[in-house]
Design a protein around this ligand. Structure first.
Ligand code: GCB
Length: 599
């Protein structure tokens, strides 16, 4: 018995060594070795590399990366000779056999390291979809669930000078209680879909920091810096050279140093997206970033940016690679997508339906685009399940944690089109309240819906109205209900004294398919839908912004109509190959008018 207890203790403490640690903020500002590139992969539908034939978890699974030591030895896999995939990517588009695949794939990457005794090594994943188990040199360092948020492990005790390898077991099987749940209108991409880095940091490193204007103030700058090791009385130097700010602060007993500063910065606006270089120096570490300053608030039915009434000229975007298929992840992808939005006249984008990669948010900030950022609490999530809530809250936490220093992010969205019930109201109000504890400087919203209109009266009725700052809803007049012609008769009633955003409207068109404006799937039908919807929506009291669905066509297994959809949701204003549809011009003209109106 004693022996077993001892063994358990040893196992527990080994596991404890390799816990996930708080995220290293601003990974791009750190010293790191990129582990992007060629990884070997093994498709494992029965999880044969993880479970034995009695379904017991194997002690020596594929993560051991074993090789037969002599010709007589039985080893039924070989990671070195397995096929190769470029990472980051989704496997669905990289291997024809994996187009619809939902299950486990093993990935392995070899890397060299010159390990320094006074340094720590942090293995960072931008995102892995959906379930990741991570091993370094054959030992488990941790696991993570959720496809769209970053995570990292301290692997100092696992790496060595010379050759090392990392193995990741990735599983994208859908489950009812996950976030998102079984049913959704986008592709269930699997894989290591964002960048992988091995960061080298000092023993006492800058883990996290916050540099943003205080809520409601255009000249009070809140700064806090957190070191990883809770060391007290550490001197931190904070500077913004262009504003001639250089100040020192000291960490308290929790390793946290805070200060409020008076500043007179040029405020960030879409027309002048001014960013300032900042620098944070601790005794053993230093990090630089680019930071913008702005205020965002609501007043009655208006949204105010830097105190000025604005209109959000937006568009919804999925994280789909332009000019190709699959997940977007790079700066180039972000630039291309956001340029299409800018050319349409946008000053704002809704990044649906999950946190997009960090490049997307950073590039948007440089290009003068405000951002709505969302978690995948979508449709029929298990609202009754506490574990589902915890999962959603964790994703919300990680989204806010990663992007809290991006001034262009103005809205955190907690859900999309969720069916009403008491359990749902409880779940979502808890999330909204939690979001405010993590960040009180931004606005909270969610995509509600209006699904019917007796006597053509569309009335929004949602108990969550109290918990959000902006009332947003999706509506599909001309596509899922009523006709384009009917739009003229529709009346709208939003009985809350808050700004209104139409978070979605739209309809499908196959690029290049032409016909009468009453003929579905043609560019003319979509064009007419946009003309009638804009006329209709413009009448809504308090209308403060739009994000039509959607900038670019995207893959979805719900879209099966041959020769038209072929697995694509065709509601894009632009095709996947960058061709603009007729409705794009309708939006462009409308935004041109709005721009003049709000100058
Ligand atoms: C919606 C959803 C979005 C879908 C869209 C559609 O309301 O929010 O995810 O893709 O409708 O095209 O049906």
């Amino acid at each position: 018995m004693k022996k077993i207890l001892l063994l358990l203790l040893i196992l527990l403490s080994l596991d404890g060594l390799a816990q996930e640690i708080p995220l290293l903020s601003n990974i791009y500002g750190r010293d790191y070795q990129s582990l992007n590139g060629k990884w070997n992969y093994v498709v494992d539908p029965l999880e044969n590399g993880y479970y034995g034939y009695r379904l017991e978890v194997l002690k020596n699974g594929f993560f051991k990366n074993r090789k037969a030591q002599h010709p007589g030895e039985l080893v039924e896999y070989n990671l070195d000779t397995s096929p190769i995939m470029d990472i980051p990517s989704d496997w669905n588009m990289k291997d024809k056999q994996l187009f619809f695949y939902e299950g486990t794939v093993w990935f392995k990457k070899d890397f060299e390291l010159n390990k320094k005794p006074d340094k720590k090594y942090i293995l960072y994943f931008g995102a892995v979809s959906y379930d990741a188990k991570v091993y370094v040199n054959g030992e488990k360092v941790g696991e993570h669930v959720g496809s769209f948020t970053p995570f990292n492990f301290d692997v100092t005790g696992y790496v060595k000078s010379g050759s090392n390898f990392v193995v990741v077991k990735v599983d994208n099987k859908r489950h009812k209680d996950n976030v998102p749940t079984l049913n959704k209108d986008w592709w269930n991409y699997g894989g290591i879909t964002r960048e992988v880095m091995l960061a080298e940091v000092s023993g006492a490193y800058i883990q996290d920091y916050f540099v943003q204007l205080e809520k409601g103030s255009a000249d009070n700058l809140k700064v806090w810096v957190r070191l990883n090791d809770n060391k007290v009385n550490q001197e931190i130097t904070f500077s913004i050279p262009e504003l001639k700010i250089r100040t020192t602060l000291k960490t308290n007993e929790n390793g946290l140093a805070e200060i409020s500063l008076k500043v007179k910065p040029q405020l960030w606006t879409p027309e002048n997206p001014k960013l300032y270089d900042i620098n944070i120096a601790a005794p053993e570490d230093e990090v630089s970033d680019q930071i913008a300053f702005r205020t965002i608030e609501t007043q009655g039915k208006e949204i105010l940016l830097n105190g000025k009434h604005i209109f959000l000229r937006g568009v919804s975007i999925h994280e789909e690679a332009p000019y190709s298929q699959g997940r977007a992840w790079s700066k180039e992808h972000a630039r291309t997508l956001l340029t299409w939005a800018k050319e349409m006249g946008c000053n704002y984008v809704r990044l649906a339906h999950y946190p997009h990669n960090e490049n997307m948010v950073r590039e948007a900030e440089k290009m003068g685009l405000m951002v709505w950022s969302e978690i995948p609490v979508y449709w029929t999530i298990s609202f009754e399940n506490e574990a589902t809530y915890q999962n959603a809250q964790r994703q919300l936490h990680d989204m806010i944690y990663r992007d809290k220093n991006r001034a262009n992010v103005i809205i955190w969205s907690i859900a999309n089109e969720t069916p009403h019930s008491d359990a749902r109201d409880k779940f979502l109000s808890r999330l909204a309240t939690y979001a405010r504890t993590q960040d009180n400087t931004r606005l909270i919203s969610m995509a509600m819906e209006v699904t019917e209109a007796p006597n053509n009266l569309n009335r929004l009725d949602d108990n969550m109205n109290e918990y959000v700052d902006i009332i947003s809803f999706n509506q599909y007049v001309g596509w899922y209900r009523a006709t384009n012609e009917d739009a003229r008769k529709m009346k709208w009633e939003v009985p809350y004294n808050k700004p209104v955003i139409i978070s979605e409207f739209g309809g499908d068109a196959l690029k290049g398919l032409h016909g009468d404006k009453t003929e579905r799937w043609t560019e003319e039908y979509q064009e007419e839908l946009y003309i009638r919807n804009l006329e209709m929506l413009d009448q809504i009291d308090g209308l403060s912004g739009l994000s039509p669905w959607i900038l670019v066509d995207f893959l979805s297994p719900r879209r099966q109509l041959p020769r038209i959809q072929d697995w694509y949701n065709r509601k894009g204003l632009v095709s996947s190959w960058g061709e603009k549809k007729k409705a794009y011009k309708v939006m462009q003209d409308y935004y041109q008018k709005k721009k003049m109106q709000f100058q």
